[in-house]
Design a protein around this ligand. Structure first.
Ligand SMILES: [Zn+2]
Length: 353
């Protein structure tokens, strides 16, 4: 019994050292940045099923409470200040972010954030705020959800035929990958073809498909007044890897200036659309005067020394923090067990000789 207990303790201290000693806590501090897209209330469901990127209010609430319970939630600018000073994060910090400036973010999600009393950052695309036009992937989700035909097709970036089937979510995910690799004009044309083929065009999102409704500048001003940080998500939400250098500079500079002009506040943070970036793009973000940039690819946590222009994030619905403890300990535990079994195998081999 004694041996069992001491072996358990050894395993736990190896897998979750921070839970065993205060010193371990200092050594294993980190910043988890949480990424959220749409959040939908039960009332919105009467307009049809939500897009796959949207989180239900119930799920958002429970994940938010879990975040506040298991992390010290700080603002993105505080997190960047910690990393910039070269300080080691001494605790488990959490940062909450929202992408895409959707109306449901300020109507459904932010009231919950204010109720819990934690800071947050909202990344806005200025063209979407100016025009109120829905994002192309939400037009696509709407057409797919309301489809009157079995399938629709369009031409991909290399002229290949891409088929979306009404009963096959994987075909929809593949179609979005193709469309993300296309420049805006061609992409929007192909999305129009899909809407036509499915017989469902998104015309009035606030009535027919509230998931796609965009925020207004008045909404953004209201958020800023409640001390929600506003960051840039470019002007038109393009795949920055497909643009020329001048076009990237324009997307970065114009969105920053427009936000600052509309709010009278500095815009310091940036979010790469689709998480797409290259070393050149990252350098241009730095040169445009931003203090940090977040990605969506390669989810993970940020430790001391993390580049502030390559901040990693976790999706609010899928990552370990929501369980209230650090699942990465399992990999350390497996490594430890693997190492032990290798030693035993080796010893057994020696004995056999
Ligand atoms: Zn986005």
């Amino acid at each position: 019994m004694q041996t069992l207990r001491s072996n358990c303790f050894r395993l736990i201290s190896c897998a979750w050292p921070e839970s065993v000693t205060e010193r371990g806590k200092e050594r294993y501090g980190f910043i988890d940045i949480i990424m959220t897209h749409g959040v939908h209330s039960a009332g919105m469901l009467r307009h049809g099923l939500p897009p796959p990127s949207s989180t239900s209010l119930a799920s958002f609430r429970s994940n938010l409470e879990s975040l506040a319970r298991t992390r010290e939630v700080i603002s993105l600018s505080t997190a960047v200040a910690i990393l910039e000073e070269g300080r080691r994060p001494m605790r488990r910090y959490g940062v909450l972010t929202f992408d895409d400036s959707l109306a449901c973010t300020c109507r459904v999600a932010i009231p919950e954030v204010l109720r819990v009393g934690i800071p947050a950052t909202v990344f806005v695309s200025t063209d979407i705020l100016d025009t109120g036009e829905p994002y192309w992937w939400l037009r696509l989700d709407h057409a797919w959800r309301q489809a009157r035909t079995e399938q629709a097709s369009f031409f991909g970036p290399k002229g290949e035929v891409v088929v979306i089937r009404r009963d096959d979510p994987a075909s929809m995910a593949r179609a979005k990958d193709h469309l993300r690799a296309m420049r805006a004009n061609q992409r929007d044309h192909e999305v129009g073809q899909v809407e036509e083929a499915f017989g469902a065009r998104l015309s009035n999102p606030d009535v027919n498909y509230p998931y796609a409704e965009a925020m207004t500048w008045a909404d953004v001003r209201e958020l800023a007044a409640k001390e929600i940080e506003i960051g840039s998500h470019t002007v038109t939400h393009p795949n920055l890897e497909l643009l020329t250098r001048d076009e990237v500079i324009q997307e970065l500079g114009d969105s920053k200036r427009r936000i600052e002009l509309k709010l009278g506040l500095p815009c310091r943070s940036f979010c790469y659309p689709y998480g797409k970036h290259s070393p050149d793009v990252t350098d241009l973000v730095r040169a445009a005067g931003y203090k940090c940039a977040t990605s969506t690819i390669a989810p993970g946590r940020n430790f001391a020394g993390q580049d502030a222009f390559l901040l990693q994030r976790y999706s609010i619905t899928t990552e370990p923090y929501k369980l209230g403890y650090d699942l990465s300990g399992f990999s350390r535990m497996l490594k430890y067990c693997g190492w032990r079994s290798e030693v035993h195998t080796c010893l057994r081999g020696h004995r056999a000789k």
